[in-house]
Design a protein around this ligand. Sequence first.
Ligand code: NDP
Ligand code: MG
Length: 401
Amino acid sequence: MTPIPAPSTGRPKRVAVLGSTGSIGTSTLDVVRRLPDRLELVGLAAHSKWEQLADQCRAFRPRYAVLCDPVAFRAADRAFFPRETELLGGEDGVARLVTDPAVDVVVSAVVGAAGLNGTWAALEAGKTVALANKETLVVAGPLVTDLAARRGARLLPVDSEHSAVFQAMTGYAAADVARVVLTGSGGPFRGKAAAELEGATPAQALKHPTWQMGPKITVDSATLMNKALEVVEARWLFGLAPGQIGVIIHPESVVHSFVEFVDGSVLAQLSPPDMRLPIQYALLYPDRVPGPAKRLDWQALSALRFEQPDRDTFRALDLGFEVAARGGTCGAVLNAANEAAVGRFLAGGLGFLDIARCCRAVLDSHDYDPAPSLEVLLALDRWARKEADRWTPTRTPNPTP
Ligand code: NDP
Ligand code: MG
């Protein structure tokens, strides 16, 4: 059984936020703002939006601000940042922030495989990581969980489904759990047939019915690639066998996942779709305090619907189950191909259904390794992006060199 830590007492937890200018980053800052006795901000990191980062620094006066993009770091006007905030640049800046002894918890909220670097550095330094960046586990799940175990670092989920599973599982042994079932809203195209989606536009894909999120994960929700990535994330985060993970569509996004125990009992976690709750839970774990997240309206709550995912139309989901089962290099290749394909789709250069087709083709043509090193995974990440950038419906990717 995972031991539950004692409730915290005394000083606030000291927090660093990687990806502070994004959807999860700004929700995190909202939680910190509302719980000043519990949380204190030590540092923020963004990619290139230095003006927004400077605004955040003026509001929170952290010790560090990091711009990961060296061009933005050079361009940023220091006069916009408060005097007590030291502005750092690039990956060295991220490493300095996450390893600082003044940091207790690192919120990993960068989008894409770019989030792996800061998450890795934080775990290596033994920090608790509140993980929103699911791509870290998709790319290198076993290496990341092994690193956390070796360094005595705690990895706490922020992804709402995984937070729900974590909450429902806490206090039970792995052998008590029969399976987990991840819920998904079904995205903006739920109920549509493939023929209707061939010409789906970025604007349509970006209209999510229940969640406000960054553009990449919103497109992933429309293709169901997000659920696919979450299946892989659950496999490594909770050490589940692939056959223990299921997916069910739940359009209201109120039940955030289920855990079925060996005796047939099922526990779920419910709350309105508001990421501030799983963020707060990870930041304050194991404490529960009143915070800014919306509460269930028991007067308005009525039917909660559940349906099976349409795996013929949303082909990405099968890729997730397959990658979770095969492991090895598959996660890194699928993730990189998807990031590149989503980028092309958003730029108008690829059809909506081609995202999953492109990922399938790149995955199938890579040279599979069941137990790769981090270097091999990073090399495959670069290869898969190039192949996905070149892929067209009539062209198969080059085999891995
Ligand atoms: P956003 O696109 O809203 O924000 C991304 C953040 O990452 C920004 O701060 C951005 O900085 C920064 N960033 C982008 N590229 C890089 C890079 N190469 N190096 C360093 N920083 C970079 O994303 P979300 O907040 O929606 O998602 C973040 C992560 O959380 C994703 O992994 C997503 O899957 C996960 N997640 C998100 C949920 C949500 O509700 N949004 C729910 C569950 C999980 P800048 O602004 O300067 O470009
Ligand atoms: Mg999720």
